[in-house]
Design a protein around this ligand. Structure first.
Ligand code: NAG
Ligand code: NAG
Ligand code: NAG
Ligand code: NAG
Ligand code: NAG
Ligand code: NAG
Length: 534
């Protein structure tokens, strides 16, 4: 009885908020849309495409930059992600003023209110500074997102070619959390060249200047999606400040899950995350079938912090390492890929030493080092966003980008306009976001995007006090039954998970790549260049 009421309440909650953000808008996934290459959905407010009748935006041709890309990707016309989004669409909504979204139904980051006229500034705080109810609320939101189908977005489960150039659409529902896992996978996956051929030295979100703007948009969209899902317009992602950490101090059952006593590669059964199923982790399988990740559950979340290859990542980053990065004045340099020397981006990303700034193919430092250290699902690029630790980690990485930004106040021209690896030039649209966002548009201070980090805030005591007060009030109103929602969610997963495991156990053994090391040790430098390894 009580369970039913909770479920009913959960449904009401889901009904009352309409989410949007991210990948292929459901409204643009028909063969008509794909054949005409038009993605200009109606805004619900006035039922006109792009909210045109209300002056929100209009349907426009997509204009692509023709700046040349770097030499890293030697093909053309073989990957759906080239010249994003032109393989799929050549007309999309262009929104006016402070409006944003695939149908101009949202506000630009940093604006709110009915007509998007109110400025907003939200503050991301350390996860250790959250009160217990706030922290539980965060965990409940994650759980809710993991179990709620995205109302506005679907994922393609075939390439454009496999869809017969759009005449045979292949799309599938996905939950809100997994939509983001999928987006991260899709941006970093290999190019399928046909037969059993793939090209690995390509990544639209890593190993190049777009690394920081891409993850910035990704987190903003994630945050926005949670705000809509829960109606909690002030929600922000907490960060984990890992400077000088001696171990993974957020890896406890109170936070994102401790170690399973029975199996060190798994999450403790006392954590809600032990029941999570991962998606998009089996790259070798997709490559050998020339297929895309289709969102099918692929087993439990793996994590074994500290059990990693110590020769590759001897230690977690220190405060001095962060300071060294911040002293690098050049945003990116040379070939602007993972071999770049004295590049702020490459050193913070972790392909160059935080002691010298020189690229080192045998070490994973800084951002990469954290991923490797966790020795699990988060250690492989394509599937890494399956682990909620990804959010805490990347929020902190973004805060270092923000510190660098505030130190040098670089004009937008500092972000490379041309010759960056494919997809990473300043005016290129980031894969796979629809609506469209350019790399260069996020090379601005986070305050101009409506958010700040508590540890970087310049004192504004009145604002801050009000902020905390309302945050607490709001938390106390809404968390108890969100926690209930989380419980229902986890019970459901446990039951479903149990059933699936039983069925799957009968059907097949463990796939081979699950057993493979994610990071090979003895590869030569040349070889490493062609691996999507952190
Ligand atoms: C967009 O694509 C459609 C369908 O292929 C084509 O007919 C149209 O000419 C294209 N428009 C532009 C501006 O490229
Ligand atoms: C929003 O804009 C519309 C049209 O300009 C106007 O009629 C309405 O009063 C505005 N609403 C608010 C809350 O500002
Ligand atoms: C899809 O388009 C490409 C390029 O225009 C063409 O070569 C190919 O034959 C088309 N495939 C199908 C199945 O229509
Ligand atoms: C980076 O510096 C190292 C050591 O000086 C050098 O061998 C390498 O060629 C440099 N890489 C680039 C891309 O300039
Ligand atoms: C969000 O914060 C603002 C500013 O502190 C406050 O006015 C508003 O009521 C808050 N919204 C919710 C849903 O708590
Ligand atoms: C865990 O670390 C070991 C080396 O200590 C390595 O062989 C293995 O591939 C790593 N596993 C993952 C999932 O990162």
């Amino acid at each position: 009885m009580r369970g039913r009421m909770l479920l009913a309440a959960l449904y009401c909650l889901l009904w009352s908020f309409q989410a949007s953000v991210g990948q292929f808008p459901r409204a643009c996934a028909s063969s008509k849309n794909l054949m005409e290459k038009e993605c200009c959905p109606k805004w619900r407010g006035d039922r006109s495409p792009c909210g045109q009748l209300s002056g929100r935006g209009s349907c426009q041709d997509v204009i692509l930059s023709n700046a040349p890309s770097g030499p890293q990707f030697p093909f053309a016309g073989v990957d759906d992600r080239e010249s994003w989004p032109s393989v799929f669409y050549n007309r999309t909504c262009q929104c006016f003023g402070n409006f944003m979204g695939f149908n101009c139904g949202d506000c630009k980051f940093g604006f709110g209110g009915r007509n998007c006229t109110e400025r907003r500034l939200l503050v991301r705080r350390s996860i250790f500074d959250l009160s217990v109810p706030e922290k539980n609320k965060f965990l409940a939101y994650l759980t809710l997102a993991k179990h709620t189908t995205s109302p506005d977005y679907v994922i393609p489960i075939g390439t454009y070619g496999q869809m017969n150039n759009g005449s045979k659409p292949m799309f599938k529902d996905i939950t809100i959390y997994d939509l983001f896992v999928w987006m991260h996978y899709y941006a970093s996956r290999d190019t399928l060249l046909g037969g059993s051929e793939v090209w690995k030295n390509i990544d639209f979100a890593h190993e190049a200047p777009g690394f920081l703007p891409w993850h910035r948009v990704f987190l903003l969209l994630w945050e926005q999606e949670i705000q809509k899902l829960t109606g909690d317009e002030n929600f922000t992602i907490p960060y984990w400040d890992w400077r000088d950490a001696e171990n993974c101090d957020v890896c406890t059952d109170e936070y994102i899950g401790g170690r399973n006593p029975a199996n060190p590669n798994l999450i403790s059964p006392a954590s809600v995350f032990s029941s999570w199923q991962i998606v998009c982790s089996r790259l070798d399988d997709y490559n050998s079938r020339q297929a895309l990740c289709n969102g099918t559950p692929e087993g439990p979340l793996l994590r074994n912090p500290g059990n990693h290859d110590k020769a590759r990542t001897p230690r977690l980053p220190s405060s001095e390492d962060v300071e060294f990065c911040l002293n690098l004045i050049h945003y990116d340099s040379g070939p602007m890929d993972k071999t770049a020397n004295f590049s702020f981006r490459n050193t913070l990303e972790g392909f160059a030493s935080p002691l010298t700034g020189i690229a080192d193919a045998f070490r994973s430092s800084m951002h990469n080092g954290l991923h490797i250290y966790m020795n699990g699902t988060i250690s492989q690029v394509q599937g890494s966003a399956n682990d909620p630790l990804f959010l805490l980690h990347h929020a902190f990485v973004d805060s270092i980008f923000e510190q660098w930004f505030r130190r040098y106040h670089p004009p937008q021209e500092v972000y490379p306009e041309a010759n960056a690896p494919i997809g990473h030039n300043r005016d290129f649209y980031m894969v796979p976001f629809i609506p469209l966002y350019r790399n260069g548009d996020f090379f601005i201070s986070s305050r101009d995007l409506g958010y700040d980090y508590s540890y970087l805030q310049e004192p504004d005591p009145v604002f801050f006090q009000d902020y905390i007060k309302s945050y607490l009030e709001q938390a106390s109103r809404i968390w108890p039954w969100l926690l209930g929602a989380a419980l229902v969610g986890s019970v459901l997963t446990a039951v479903l998970g149990g059933l699936t495991t039983l069925l799957c156990r009968r059907k097949r053994g463990q796939l081979p790549e699950e057993k493979q090391p994610l990071l090979m040790e003895n590869e030569d430098y040349h070889n490493l260049l062609y691996q999507s390894h952190l």
